[in-house]
Design a protein around this ligand. Structure first.
Ligand SMILES: NC(=O)c1ccc[n+]([C@@H]2O[C@H](COP(=O)([O-])OP(=O)(O)OC[C@H]3O[C@@H](n4cnc5c(N)ncnc54)[C@H](O)[C@@H]3O)[C@@H](O)[C@H]2O)c1
Ligand SMILES: [Zn+2]
Ligand SMILES: [Zn+2]
Length: 369
């Protein structure tokens, strides 16, 4: 099959033929139709987040089931699916406690290989890694059967793909991780596909005031159209004093860092009221740290600082739920997608993301099947 392969960090990806295995027991192979470009792919491609090479990136994909392995009864060739990089096993310590996105058996999102060390991908006999638990910048993906979640055939696959990462992560961070309550005040720092999904999650949760900050005017305007009430330009205004002033000197109830900068986590913590909640959604470069100083102040202010992986989503529940919200007009997926490109333009798509052109670029990978 054709795939976009990264051989060296910070070098362009190349489209080339690689081999993909037939599905083994409990696996499915999916013909990828569309795959969105997420900043986590860019961080690996640029080398700010470590990963083994050669690797096929892409983890926000939709497609059509091509073949199923033995023991797979709930999917069949022709089914439309959204893929997830965190397939919950259902049985581990985390899954049985309702924390499926931390499933110990879906560590593939970090290791870029299946649990047994295989990837199902190779090039002239050499192993090729499955980026971010998927490898969606390719004509086919091999995954666990519970990593492909069936959706209604009436839902356009070219739109559904963004649920795979941006929407699960952003909406999930609000509904599952923070559990934002109706009438709350929310601050969102960084308005890419993830931050704009947080804005939509906050609107769904009934937040009454949604402050957003991003240096890019186009993204602030997009946030306004999706429900943000106060648009802040961090290059001209002081985000912390804006959020504090407009909440009567209290600070926001919830803040979400969605840019992936260690320093912004500190900004989010300062803008949040005592006993409020800060969720770190962005994945900062590996050498960034979180500074909480002085420790005694952190204790006394009783703030809750949280991380999140894929918005705390159990994808088997959340992908159909979010597709349902889209179908009933309560979640806008189209607004996140501002550009479409063929797989051959993978490097241009990564450049869109790195330069902040538009919001999400989706690659169309349907040519081969
Ligand atoms: N936790 C998870 O499970 C998870 C899942 C997916 C993505 N991520 C991470 O989320 C982050 C966002 O991903 P994305 O695809 O939306 O990225 P993106 O590049 O599209 O968006 C990031 C936004 O942050 C803005 N920004 C930069 N500096 C800022 C500042 N000082 N103040 C406010 N905004 C600022 C940028 O202008 C940009 O609009 C990345 O770090 C990504 O790796 C985490
Ligand atoms: Zn992602
Ligand atoms: Zn599990």
């Amino acid at each position: 099959m054709l795939a976009a392969v990264l051989d060296t960090a910070a070098a362009p990806m190349k489209i080339m033929e690689i081999d993909i295995q037939d599905p083994g027991p409990g696996q499915v192979r999916v013909g990828v139709r569309h795959c969105g470009c997420c900043h986590s792919d860019l961080s690996i491609a640029e080398g700010t987040f470590p990963a083994p090479v050669p690797i096929v990136l892409g983890h926000e994909a939709s497609g059509v089931v091509d073949a199923v392995g033995s023991g797979v009864h709930h999917l069949k060739p022709g089914d439309h699916v959204v893929l997830t990089s965190c397939p919950p096993c259902g049985n581990c310590y985390w899954c049985v406690r309702g924390q499926a996105s931390s499933c110990v058996n879906s560590m593939s999102i970090m290791t870029n290989q299946f649990l047994d060390g295989t990837t199902g991908l190779s090039r002239n006999g050499e192993v090729v890694y499955r980026g971010v638990g998927l490898g969606g910048f390719a004509e086919y993906v091999l995954t666990e059967a519970h990593g492909a979640v069936k959706i209604d055939k009436e839902v356009p696959l070219e739109v559904a793909c963004v649920v795979g990462c941006a929407v699960q992560t952003g909406v999930g961070a609000v509904l599952n991780t923070a559990e934002v309550t109706e009438g709350s005040t929310v601050l969102v720092l960084g308005l890419g596909g993830i931050g704009l999904s947080v804005v939509q999650g906050a609107r769904l949760a009934g937040a009454t005031r949604i402050f957003v900050s991003d240096p890019l005017a186009e993204r602030r305007e997009a946030a306004g159209a999706l429900g943000a009430t106060d648009l802040i330009d961090p290059t001209r205004e002081d985000v912390i004093s804006e959020a504090q002033l407009k909440t009567g000197g209290i600070g926001v109830d919830y803040a979400f860092e969605c840019a992936g900068h260690g320093d912004l986590i500190t900004q989010a913590m300062t803008a949040t009221r005592n006993a409020g909640t800060i969720v770190c959604v962005g994945a900062p470069p590996i050498d960034h740290n979180i500074t909480v100083a002085p420790a005694s102040l952190f204790v006394m202010t009783a703030k809750r600082l949280m991380g999140t992986i894929l918005g705390g989503c159990n994808s088997l529940r959340e992908i159909p739920r979010m597709i349902g919200l889209y179908q009933t007009g309560r979640l806008d997926l189209e607004a996140l997608i501002t550009s479409r490109r063929p797989l051959t333009e993978i490097n241009e798509a990564m450049d869109d993301l790195s330069k902040g052109r538009g919001i999400r670029t989706v690659l169309d990978v349907s040519s081969g099947h």
